[in-house]
Design a protein around this ligand. Structure first.
Ligand code: PGA
Length: 252
């Protein structure tokens, strides 16, 4: 049985006090959510205080990115995956389309970040997704498999225990335009097949694949009714405790 993961990506939003307030407001609202792992990803500067304030709760904290480096050194502005773990993060998101699009992140960099995250004992949420143009040209599957093959190259089957894939079609992120449950299911089943072929049937079956892109409390149940959708990576609707808890506690 794959345990669903419902992760909120707060992106570059919230002051320190807003981050703490949201996290504390969320805590009682999801306290009974034993059906899934609940994760929130605040900005780097808020990770420590948010994870301290959530200690003992069922909410875990993620970084939104990490360095490609694996050892400390003269790399101004970078944060090691092990440093995220040191301040309480247990997950890290890598390869988000905003990083690929606005910071020219490559699959090779995503791969290094993924390896660094796994080596530091973090669970790594690796994002992949096609643009609208790519979908319309019929290349969505090849784009996603290329991103995942590149981003996950060199990882062993046991490393894959620490990997979660997030399928996030770029055209659905922050646009209010969600992929239909059927469109998402089709891609999730494809991703699972790719992993089964590359590794083993068991590895494919065990892999958790999240959907991301305009997930809201009212479309979550439809997405989760699909057999290969194992949770969600939520942006905008994770910023408020009420809407994020509505997603976590979707009617099953
Ligand atoms: P969204 O963002 O839910 O606001 O579309 C999803 C994401 O970027 O992870």
């Amino acid at each position: 049985m794959r345990k669903p993961v419902i992760a909120g990506n707060w992106k570059m939003y919230k002051t320190l006090s807003e981050a703490v307030d949201t996290a504390l407001a969320l805590k009682p609202l999801v306290a009974n959510a034993n059906h899934c792992e609940v994760v929130i990803a605040p900005v780097f500067t808020a990770i420590k205080i948010v994870s301290d304030r959530l200690e003992g709760s069922n909410i875990k904290v993620a970084g939104q990115d990490c360095s490609t480096q694996t050892e400390e050194g003269a790399h101004t502005g970078e944060v090691l995956a092990s440093m995220l773990r040191d301040v309480g993060a247990r997950y890290v998101i890598v390869g988000h389309s905003e990083r690929r699009q606005f910071y020219s992140e490559t699959d090779a960099e995503v791969n290094k970040k993924t390896q660094a995250g796994v080596a530091s004992g973090l669970t790594v949420i690796v994002c992949a997704g096609e643009t609208l143009d790519q979908r319309e040209q019929g290349s969505a599957e090849s784009v996603v498999s290329q991103q995942l093959n590149g981003g996950l190259s060199g990882l062993t089957a046991s490393d894959l225990d620490r990997i979660i894939v997030a399928y996030e079609p770029v055209w659905a992120i922050g646009t209010g335009r969600t992929a239909t449950p059927e469109q998402a299911q089709e891609m999730h089943a494809f991703i699972r097949r790719v992993f089964a072929e590359r590794h083993s049937k068991e590895t494919g079956e065990a892999l958790r694949i999240l959907y991301g892109g305009s997930v809201k409390p009212d479309n979550m149940a439809g997405l989760m009714s699909q057999p290969d959708i194992d949770g969600a990576l939520v942006g905008g609707a994770s910023l408020k405790a009420e809407s994020f808890s509505g997603i976590v506690n979707y009617r099953r």
